[in-house]
Design a protein. Structure first.
Length: 290
């Protein structure tokens, strides 16, 4: 049994946390949303703050919305003391930031690895996640007993930050493809090509994949239910843009994807969370398609 701290009990974090508990580990949990913590009452220690997470834990999991939040949390852990502790960042974080945090944690006697997810909330709940991992190989190897409690597969991809690089590469390709079809269906519909018939044409061996099927279903039905937040997709694409800027090279296709997300996000009302499929609705409106 390991003493584990878990920070971030949202759609992904709650599933990973549940499976770590069911594997027999002792969990201390924290989330800024107190109701998210309450679901673990009686099964885990509900921490009052991040200092308590750090003091109670050998291993600390992070499932947080962005790198700034990760940086703030890790800074608190370092001040509290991270000697002989391992921080596992499952978030989609900015790789350059991850590498800087690794150096800080290592200088204070601890370890940090990046272990982002390639699948989603359902797999987190079921304990069948696919993840990629970057960090010191000996540290990663020592954590296999934890990964096996919530993963179907886990793949080591090299040094620190490589896990987050791999995740951003996947998201850049997948999210860009989703936006491509978000533009295509409304424009073709305006010219008289019915969405259902266009789907049948596009549903061929060349284009058929999960992204095409998942988002085409939403675009044809105009069903923009929340599965992955548009703001989170914009954040991930913005991290990719920062990688291009680090090298001082243009983003071309990436810039168009970012512009499309920003324009669509303007429709988000206070207290509302738009799905990543919503840019298609923006395009339907631009095209004047009911």
């Amino acid at each position: 049994m390991a003493n584990i701290g878990f920070v971030g009990l949202g759609n992904i974090g709650k599933g990973i946390c549940k499976n770590l508990i069911e594997a027999g580990n002792a969990l201390t949990v924290f989330d800024v949303n107190k109701s998210a913590m309450e679901r673990f009452a009686g099964r885990a220690v509900l921490a009052k703050d991040l200092k308590e997470i750090c003091s109670n834990s050998e291993y600390i999991f992070l499932s947080l919305p962005n790198s700034q939040v990760v940086e703030d949390a890790v800074d608190i852990f370092i001040k509290e003391g991270v000697e002989n502790k391992v921080i596992i960042d499952t978030s989609t974080s900015y790789p350059v930031s991850t590498r800087q945090l690794y150096e800080k944690v290592k200088a204070n006697g601890g370890s940090l690895i990046d272990a982002p997810l390639m699948t989603g909330p359902q797999e987190a709940e079921e304990g069948t996640l696919d993840i990629v991992i970057g960090g010191d190989k000996e540290v990663v190897d020592s954590l296999s007993f934890l990964f096996e409690s919530y993963c179907k597969s886990y793949r080591y991809v090299g040094g620190i930050g490589n896990g987050h690089l791999a995740k951003l590469a996947i998201n850049f390709c997948g999210l860009s493809e989703a936006l491509l079809f978000a533009q295509l269906y409304p424009v073709m519909a305006k010219f008289g090509f019915k969405q259902e018939e266009l789907y049948d044409i596009l549903n061929c061996e060349t284009l058929d994949n999960w992204v095409f099927q998942f988002y085409s279903d939403k675009y044809v039905k105009k069903d923009y239910r929340l599965d992955f937040a548009l703001a989170l997709g914009l954040k991930d694409l913005s991290y990719v843009k920062k990688l291009f800027e680090e090298l001082n090279i243009p983003g071309f296709m990436l810039d168009g994807a970012l512009d499309m997300c920003r324009v669509a996000l303007k429709a988000q009302k206070p207290g509302e969370t738009l799905d990543f499929s919503y840019p298609c609705q923006t395009m339907y409106e631009f095209a004047g398609v009911d």
